[in-house]
Design a protein around this ligand. Structure first.
Ligand code: UDP
Length: 412
């Protein structure tokens, strides 16, 4: 059986003055004719990662505007999720793909999940590759089927994408963060839609924290709140380049000897590669007392992430490769000057020199850090512009509006 996710309620009205009345009015207008429509979201997990972060807000808001909306989690044993982890990596270019036996497991779990799907839905939204095969076996349960892809499929390993393309093409529409992420084989397929993700401005991670609360939290992690703080919030992953952040920090301390650095990153306990990279980052910091490296074993949850993002004088996201970069959106929303890698979804969020700085090397990141810290007016202006960009484009009500537009057009 698919497992229903229990959710609290949220009210669109609470977002009116943060997102602006325009978007809320448009939502209400489109939601009218969709009232009572049955919407099902299907995903692989309810915990961790961007998909669940988004659905915890989007699903209650869909309900609030009148749609009968459900979120269900597929079932699978470890063997299935081991295969889909490989699938996830290979779809993003890892040369290692699934074995014949693992493809059989993939098909098997997709078909038993399809068989256990119940009800008649107006819209079924299937998130990410793990359950992508479900439409094949359950098409009669849904009038419109939409596949929502949260990852970059522009440079996949050819084996998995050849297996998935026929499955994706069966959907009435597929939805992507960015045009560049749509695999070549899908071009021309009528249902391709581009919709970037969004953050919830009222969630514990993004709600306004007072400066006092932010510094109170950071102080407990050894930050001297009277000295400038540079911070990156990210998993410990080579693509997030924490080593490059340390280089940038060291370079910047030549001019700003009082600067401190915090690297805040959560770790999956079952991710040995992540821990190995964490260890390398830790060694690279070389016991510098002004570099704080924190992970979830230090109890860093949403409020702590919020506090570090709010407290930082400069936020960095020095990624070398990035899907969308929700941490960038989170930083912009907190009006912080953001210095980030010129890759993936980051340039969509930061207009260089206007709402932050885009960089490609640690030296550039250091130079921009020094520039911002020596000119508080500049940091303030970048932060303000960044916040307005996040408000206009990357908050959940805008995402809800995009979904309603899609439903309306599918209903014809
Ligand atoms: N995150 C967190 N704690 C951490 C590190 C990251 O809660 O210690 C969150 C971060 O705030 C963001 C998400 O994990 O919401 C990461 O999303 P992003 O798109 O930046 O990168 P991904 O990890 O998906 O590549």
């Amino acid at each position: 059986m698919l497992q229903e996710v229990a959710l609290g309620s949220k009210s669109l009205a609470d977002y009116t003055h943060l997102s602006g009345r325009g978007v809320v009015d448009e939502i209400r207008e489109l939601a009218g004719p969709l009232e009572g429509k049955r919407v099902l979201h299907v995903s692989a997990t309810a915990f961790g990662g961007g998909v669940s972060e988004i659905l915890y807000t989007l699903v209650p808001l869909m309900r609030d505007v009148g749609m009968d909306t459900s979120w269900q989690i597929i079932m699978g044993r470890e063997e299935f999720f081991n295969a889909t982890k490989l699938l996830h990596n290979s779809l993003q270019g890892d040369p290692k793909s699934l074995s014949g036996e693992q493809w059989e497991l993939f098909d098997h779990y997709n078909s038993i999940n399809a068989e256990s799907l119940e009800g008649d839905w107006d819209f079924v939204i299937v998130h990410d590759p793990q359950p992508v095969g479900m439409r094949h076996g359950a098409r009669d349960h849904g009038k419109h089927w939409i596949w929502r892809c949260h990852i970059d499929l522009s440079e996949p390993n050819p084996d998995p994408i050849e297996r998935l393309l026929p499955l994706i093409s069966e959907y009435d529409a597929s939805v992507w963060h960015m045009e560049q992420y749509v695999p070549a084989g899908l071009n021309g397929h009528g249902g391709v839609q581009i919709v970037p993700p969004a953050i919830d401005p009222l969630s514990p991670k993004n709600m306004a924290l007072s400066a006092d609360d932010a510094s109170y939290v950071c102080e407990q992690f050894g930050i001297d709140v009277d000295r400038p703080l540079l911070c990156q919030v990210s998993r410990f992953d080579p693509w997030k380049d924490p080593i490059g952040v340390i280089d940038a920090y060291r370079d910047a301390t030549v001019e700003l000897p009082h600067l401190q650095l915090a690297l805040v990153g959560s770790m999956a306990t079952d991710d040995p590669e992540g821990w190995e990279f964490f260890r390398r980052t830790y060694e690279y910091a070389d016991s510098d007392p002004d570099i704080k490296i924190l992970n979830n074993l230090n109890n860093v949850g949403a409020i702590e992430v919020n506090a570090f993002q709010s407290q930082a004088d400069v936020l960095m996201q020095k990624s070398i490769r990035e899907g969308f970069g929700l941490t960038v959106t989170e930083g912009l929303w907190k009006s912080r000057p953001m210095i980030a890698g010129d890759v993936g979804g980051i340039p969509l969020q930061i207009v260089d020199g206007e709402s932050g700085f885009l960089v490609s090397t640690p030296a550039e990141a250091a130079q921009r850090t020094v520039q911002v810290l020596q000119d508080p007016g500049l940091g303030k202006n970048l932060g303000r512009a960044g916040k307005e960009r996040a408000r206009e484009r990357f908050l959940t009500p805008r995402l809800l509006l995009d979904w309603l537009r899609m439903f309306t057009s599918l209903e014809g």
